[in-house]
Ligand binder design. Structure first.
Ligand code: NAG
Length: 493
């Protein structure tokens, strides 16, 4: 008793100490239904591979005495699985129930009795009213990928009826019950094994979960599960790390994931929630990698713009430039001073960044003469969208505040430069940033799956992606989370 409680307690400890997931994926009963359809195809295929071994032996049949018999070349002719259900079992996984299944077999029979009399023919065997009930446990493997296994499989054959062709009917009618029983036993043993195989055949597909997804030359994102999947009666929820790292250097940021909840509804097939933590770990990684910096030169400013990046532009605000750096081209170095901060509130995604802008005059011999350093606080609103299996974004500048960091050219009113720098941000920095953001960041995915019919909502602390409904599929099977049948990760099911 004590031991059992102690074991139960120690089993709980890793869960309570585990980190909050940065990304959550919720698979609903609707999503499972899609899986069931594919799963049944796989089970049917498996059952068609049943090999019933040849059987032979002796049976005493009165009044003729011992009959030597053999049943050979037993083949599956047809397997039907008209009724099945996949139900969620809270705390465990799912339960697969198959009912009214049937298997038709064909084989040859041969008998020998009274030492010399031989007889042979063929037979058809109908196995009907077959039920299979099995629980499928869903766990996390050592790499943080989901893994499924069957537990408690029970298969029951409803009725078995054999029909012999050829030979003496009086004989095989004496025999019938025995054959039925032998074949029923042979099948009883195999069905659960084959259903179990069909289920574990899923694991190679589940192993394709991109637990480490490369983003670009700076970053990768980790999607390993941080805890066992949580199964309720309406859904299975997977908690994943959802954290960006510098490639090859897994340094933790100075903040951790806050708990967040996916929307409680379960009417869509699949929900993916990405937390502000995930977005902020990205910001941290790119900032640490020094990737959030940009050299701006005049050629990057669109031709039609009234603002040119030369000292002349600044004469009005900084007359000193006219004297010391007359008619020189300029260069601006914009770089983040610390990692930008992303916040998600209902219908509102915001990115706040603190940067420095260093302005240089470019001497005719290409030497850069520093003019001034500005501190720039910016706030941008972000639009987030799904593009294939990637989450992409675009930002729009809302607010910019400049203060003087350092001047090499004497005092000046920084405020007067606001419109120049706003224009530079809008014409150069934001478009370049948006090109990067539009490339997107990989979402958790299996194989080559593709999300279609998605809706995205910015909610408190996270972005929720909903896979709305079933999508058409070229193979005419209705599909949901995946658009192209040939690349369905579960296609082998
Ligand atoms: C480049 O020109 C500037 C200004 O004329 C001068 O101060 C600097 O010494 C020159 N640098 C080199 C490397 O020639």
């Amino acid at each position: 008793m004590f031991l059992c409680c102690w074991l139960a307690l120690t089993a709980l400890i890793p869960l309570t100490l585990s980190t909050n997931p940065g990304v959550k994926v919720k698979l609903t009963a609707k999503g499972l239904e899609y899986g069931r359809q594919l799963g049944m195809v796989s089970i049917q295929k498996k059952l068609k591979t049943i090999k019933v071994p040849d059987m032979s032996g002796k049976q005493r049949v009165s009044p003729i005495g011992k009959v030597k018999y053999s049943l050979t070349n037993i083949q599956i002719v047809d397997v039907g699985l008209p009724t099945s259900a996949l139900d969620l079992v809270p705390g465990t996984g799912v339960r697969l129930s198959i009912a009214k299944a049937f298997i038709n077999l064909h084989g040859n029979w041969r008998v020998k009795y009274l030492r010399v009399i031989k007889d042979s023919g063929s037979f058809d065997l109908k196995v009907s009213g077959l039920t299979v009930t099995t629980s499928i446990a869903i766990k996390s493997d050592e790499t943080g990928r989901p893994v499924v296994s069957t537990v408690n499989c029970v298969a029951k054959v409803g009725s078995v009826s054999v029909k012999f062709h050829g030979g003496a009917s009086w004989l095989y009618n004496l025999f019938k019950k025995f054959v039925e029983k032998a074949l029923r036993n042979a099948l009883d043993k195999k069905i659960c094994t084959l259903v179990g195989d069909a289920v574990t055949d899923l694991n190679p597909q589940l192993k394709t979960l991109n637990v480490v997804a490369k983003v670009d030359k700076y970053a990768e994102i980790e999607y390993s599960m941080v805890s066992a999947p949580a199964v309720t009666k309406a859904s299975i929820e997977f908690g994943m790390k959802g954290e960006f790292y510098n490639i090859g250097k897994h340094q933790e940021p100075p903040f951790t994931a806050a708990a967040f909840s996916l929307p409680p509804e379960t009417d869509r097939m699949l929900y993916i929630g990405l937390s502000a933590f995930t977005a902020n770990s990205a910001a941290y990684v790119y900032n640490t990698a020094g990737a959030l910096s940009l050299d701006i030169t005049d050629d990057m400013i669109p031709r039609g713009s009234p603002i040119r990046l030369n000292t002349r532009t600044f004469y009005v605000f900084l007359p000193q430039l006219a004297k010391r750096f007359p008619g020189l081209m300029m260069k601006l170095l914009v770089r983040t001073a610390k990692a930008p901060v992303v916040t998600f509130e209902p219908n509102k995604a915001t990115v706040e960044a603190s940067s420095t802008v260093t302005a240089y005059a470019i001497q005719p011999n290409a030497t850069l003469s520093p003019l001034f350093v500005l501190n720039m606080e910016t706030s941008a609103s972000a639009r987030v969208f799904v593009s294939g299996m990637r989450l992409a974004g675009a930002v729009n500048l809302n607010k910019m505040d400049l203060t003087l960091g350092k001047s090499y050219v004497g005092d000046f009113q920084v405020r007067t430069l606001n419109s120049i720098f706003q224009t530079v941000l809008k014409l150069v920095v934001i478009p370049i940033l948006n090109v990067q953001l539009a490339k997107g960041y990989p979402l958790p995915a299996l194989g080559k799956m593709n999300l279609v019919n998605t809706q995205l909502q910015v909610l408190k602390e996270h972005v929720s992606i909903m896979v709305v409904s079933e999508a058409p599929c070229s193979r005419s099977r209705s599909l949901g989370a995946v658009s192209q049948c040939p690349t369905v990760p579960l296609r082998e099911l």
